[in-house]
Design a protein around this ligand. Sequence first.
Ligand code: PGA
Length: 250
Amino acid sequence: MKLIRTPHYQELSMKAAAIIIKTIQTNPTAVLGLATGSTPTGTYERLIKDHVENGTSYKDIRTINLDEYVGLPTEDINSYRSFMERKLFSAIDINPKNTYLPNGNAVDIQDECARYDQLIQSIGGIDLQLLGIGENGHIGFNEPGTPFTETTHVVELTHNTRKANARFFKNIKDVPTQAITMGIKNILESKAILLLASGENKAEAMARLLTSHKTTESFPASSLFQHQNVTVIADEAALSLVDDSKRSAF
Ligand code: PGA
């Protein structure tokens, strides 16, 4: 695991975008695993700026997202499909057919999970998976206690996760109670992983990730210790509780 420290969110976003752009330049048909949430939005803004100014092309890039709420109409402003359209896809030259998210409105939600696993395989696996981290250490919607062997599955969202996401909704009651998420096994099968953490609310999770070095299902991000190519980019606020003398992992 490699740590890149940045003074603030803007720099974090620039560094993350630079890694993604390099991946695209090296492999114009790369499969990018993408994430939603507040953290990657600055990165997506940088990708758009680079696309406009430097012409980096996404025409043969495929993207596959980590997760989607169950039961929200696709066109709902809070669906992850609509988030991705707004924040990235509509502003770059990607073929909409090459952008994949789980279908949270599938008639058979279990079938949809199996389909998504097959899809990841059929597009050749993920070259670079972008991740945020939850305050409780979740990655994707893999909440504490999720076996690391899980592939795409349906999750009951914890109260804390729904509370954290309620800021985007009118009322916490409107936050869906379930989501489809890639499992930790899918994430660990990616060729490279890029985890972003910004802000004081991530400081406890980052201190645990960077100093405990203990792999446990009660802290899903610790599964990343099992992967050989993980880059973490964090800003000073997210690193504010890291005791450098205990930072054995880096
Ligand atoms: P955030 O979410 O980027 O909105 O903080 C990250 C996550 O919960 O994985």
